[in-house]
Write a protein that binds this ligand. Sequence first.
Ligand code: HEM
Length: 419
Amino acid sequence: MSALLSPEPEGIADLSSHDSFVDCVPHRTFEALRRDDPVSWFDERDASGFWAITRHEDIVNVSRNFRQFTTRHGIRLEEMTEEERIARLTMMEQDPPEHTRLRRLVNRTFSRRFIETYRDRVRAIVSRVLDEALTQDEFDCVDAIAKPLPMLMLAGVLGVSEEDGAWLADKGDEMMANSDPDFTDHVVDQTDTDAFRLMPFRSPAGAEVFEYAERQAALRRGKPRDDVISILLEPDRDGEPLTDHEFKNFFTLLVVAGNDTTRYAVASSVDLLAREPRLFEQLQGADDALWNTAVEELLRISSPTMHFRRTAVEDFEMHGRTIAAGDKVILWFISGNFDDRVFDDPYDADFARDPNPQMAFGRGGPHLCLGLWLARLELRIVLEELTRRVRTLRPAGQALRLRSNFINGIKYLPVSVTC
Ligand code: HEM
């Protein structure tokens, strides 16, 4: 059996439940849905429900079709009241042209060309992180490598101190991993989070990050610095500055989007390389071209953000089903990434796979990940340095997965190394 597949219970897993993702990604379920029922309905506990879109081609088409499939009603499964929606609004929950106004503010800073200028900085951070991690023969790769790297990098991009970056990463976890008791006391489907419903992710951490963002803005008003926070405080192309509220939500979006996603891409990649020594050895001898394709393949396999939501604006026919106006439509990027209509032998890691239209960052449409060049750069450099400095890499115990149907994350990954 492929190292990417774990034994799964019989039948179709309940994709609405975080518990269905604790032991493994339910790949067999996605495979059956892609084959037999590519637009399938799942009920949810709160009496709502969603259409699961599981084929690569359909996910691309819906992503592009933002006029008929809006993000205005949210990008996760959670239902929001109008008051909650407005309080938590970021560019993700807006369609063009409103979305374009916000996205334009940061597009340049996250462009391929601009991110390239970070190459030396990323390598320096990776070296520091590895110097520390590799003093031990056995360690938790998440804690020692995968978690610190994106956090240190994002702190630099945002323009805050490394200590604050570590604090923000923890707050980001409390929000993004709001369904896992290891990361929050306010587990979203197990406790009453009503008091925090106007905060990002219905989490008290959202309030703390808002306060932090306010303090950072105050430091820069009238005294801009060379960082992303200062860019967000500048007026846009039409001379309109973000409102305070828009600024705080934008800042929070960057904190949550830029941290654990890259962390889990690194963790998943290291997990695979530890379990498949031949792949580790292949990277030890890789040239530039193989590194390029290998990073795309590792992103395909790791698929850290498993789904995003759209909502149908009007009735829409797809594969014989009628998606009614107002229905939730969930794009399962992780399923698209293993669709054998697009990827030959999808459960085999093929580092030379080319073309590789992986959809870990989304695919097509206005919301394609802002941070994809940064994430690619970080993943590549950490693996380049790891394979250069480490002779052998092996699992050293049972890895633990996040309890989430949204984020595909390994939260604990014991490995042993020889250098
Ligand atoms: C491996 C790491 C990452 C993965 C897998 C990932 C995945 C995604 C996905 C799937 C989307 C939504 C696409 C859609 O709905 O069409 C997204 C959007 C976004 N990502 Fe990432 N992301 C990663 C890293 C980052 C980083 C480092 C940042 C930097 C701050 C970032 C910032 C964002 C933002 C701001 C959006 C919203 C874009 C918009 O609405 O226009 N992401 N990401």
